[in-house]
Ligand binder design. Sequence first.
Ligand code: ADP
Ligand code: MG
Length: 387
Amino acid sequence: MTNIRAISTKPSVFKDTGYAVRVESPGRINLIGEHTDYNEGFVMPTAIDKRIILRFQKNETDNYCRVYSETFGKGFEFHLDKAFTKAEGWENYILGVVKELQDNGAKLEGFDCIIESKLPLGAGISSSAALECGLASGLNALFDLGLEDLEIVKLSQKAENDFVGSNCGIMDQYSSVMSKPDHIILLDCRDLKAEFIPADFRNCKLLLLNTNVSHSIADSDYNSRRAECEAAVEIIQKELPEIRSVRDLNFEILDQFKDKLKAKMYERCLYVLKENERVLKAAETLKSGSLKEFGELMYGSHEGLQHNYEVSCKELDFLVDYSRDKDFIYGSRMMGGGFGGCTINLIEEDKIDEYIDEVSAAYFAKFNIKLDAIIVQPDEGTKIFKE
Ligand code: ADP
Ligand code: MG
């Protein structure tokens, strides 16, 4: 028996504009460091200037909650005291966060929430983390729960892992909440130590090209990549107990164990080790302003994701390859979990419009799919407004 009931109209308590709390919860980009977060490695994300807006109001009911997504034109109602069973789709992000809050002892009451969004879904910009963290932040403010930012980050990730069933790392939630304006985060996903590097891209901008494909294997393959890495660590740990994650390996150790690992496991670990190296180099090149070198590292990341980690797809590869002979594009790679979604491109600003036209036409000619282009700006994390 499920604890949710569909609703087709917006909760009336808002009377269109009224709200007690409003949250602007950003999507994120990741410049480099893909599939490294759950291996306790390094990433370079930041929140962006595209957000999900969530409005909240207490509804004075007996613990009924109503959540309505303008994006989908529908909503659902659930009761705080009834058991939460897994639903079909987006409801799980909501239920998962509310369950985590309640499991952590938060005293919630009936509330209404309306969601609007400027973030494409499933494009690798992490609309899911924006939704989870936005909901957790809003309820934190509405009910004065006193949660710290990092608690919001962790419980949102746990909701996605345990309730939604996607074994994502910490990067998406961390960057959606903790980003600072005009900075890129260099995050060590082991101890969550963060360095904020000024996002000075000089004459360049960050351009996302959305393939508008999302291959259905994405969720299961994401989880299986993680499982392969963890299985490799388990094998190595038997002889080297100090190895706690792929992060602790180095190339010599990995080669020592090559025969004991399945070929795919070896490839996955090799990619993660090289990617961690690339991220640390990328941070240095960003600090020194060597954008061309930074771009080369982005291409290196894509090649690893394509050949060693095997999470790219023909549409992403096409876009990255298309950029290669353009001297006004310094770097390009797939971004996010893979199997679809966006590429991120470091491109000279004055060439952007022309390039979007050209690459869109080429993409359409090849795949018969419309390409979407989004210019993004690094931005601060969650913004919360109380009436
Ligand atoms: P990504 O996080 O890269 O956008 P995911 O597949 O992880 O891709 O998350 C997308 C899912 O998040 C959507 O399919 C939907 O379930 C949920 N979601 C995101 N934005 C909204 C929204 N505005 N309203 C309702 N659900 C949303
Ligand atoms: Mg997601």
